[in-house]
Ligand binder design. Sequence first.
Ligand SMILES: [Zn+2]
Length: 400
Amino acid sequence: MLIVAGLSLKNLKPRVWDKTSPYYLPGVEAVMVSYTDFHKVTVQRQAAMTVGLHEYLGVSKNIKIYLDNGAFYFLTHDGETPRESYEEFVDKAKPDWWPIPQDFIPSPQMTLEQQQLCRKRTMDMNEAYQDDGYVPIIYISRVIEEYIAAVESSDALKAKSSIGLGGIVPNLLRAPKAMPYQQVFDNLTRVRQVFAGKELHLFGVGGTATLHLAALMDIDSVDSSGWRNRAARGIVQLPGSGDRMVASLGSWRGRAPDKDEWDVLTACVCPACQHYGLDGLKGSGIGGFCSRATHNLWVLLNEANEIQTRLEAGTYGSWYVDHLDNSIYRSLVQQAFALREHRMNNTELDRETATTLLIRNEAAHGGSAALLLDEPPIREAFLHLGRVGADDDALGQAQT
Ligand SMILES: [Zn+2]
């Protein structure tokens, strides 16, 4: 599974893709920028169109550049994406992957009618851009079957090699009126099955645990700005664990590492920790931000590799039980893994097994995982539906 590292034009540091940077991560194979950033700064937009995105960002050709359309920003600010400007940008700046100019985000709280309207408007856009390299977007939602039917009924859309999937973040995080987990998994399983052979990209996957879920569902790529957003709030990620707060910045609160976790951080071999150690992770200002962000992305890339290796070796099932210490997500991962095993073995998951998994799952959450929304970065991810570039305001704090 490809991890696409979300960047922000406001601050391109740490330059994790740049071999000359102390924060260089050889594992970075793809980055994502948001059209919102270019829309806001005409000079940058023009420069990127003149020399192309790769040269503009100093990203070598063997690293893919994904473009996000900034749908969330435009829906909440200007109302509508300037389609012609977006088309011109795609044409001249030449990203390696780019979605339709705008999709209409259905939040779980919306009524069915409102969700239908979002679906119709998004599908209209998918159809308007069906004949070229624009990646269509569909939403994990209560109207998923209608999305699938609409894609299936169009020869051009059916022939697309890639599909973008939105909507998983608010649903997995138990936003008000979120779909039951089982339904989210069923949605994803169904999409994976119907669009077998297509590359599925999942928007906005930030934590290590959600990475497990995406990998178990055979998603091809995920993007994340979480490594930067967390770093800006003084948070570091740990393999298989939840987030830990290592630097006090402003009003952000979070759980501090325990002794064992400090030991893990002390022994970390990521480039940032190798260069700047714990003082780097704990630092304020741009230095601390760069250390934490680099560390976080390194953890995500390593976790993805490890998951892949374990799944291929058939040892994932015995590994994740000890590896993942986040009890809330672990039951979800358990369910996803069981579903995957059934899918791989081509066996139908019988209702009894499914029900047992679901009950165990819900019990582990005390019926609800709303407490997840108490975690600032998670709430943030939910509020912004995990869209890249949607929120970098906190970066300003980190840099000053
Ligand atoms: Zn590190």
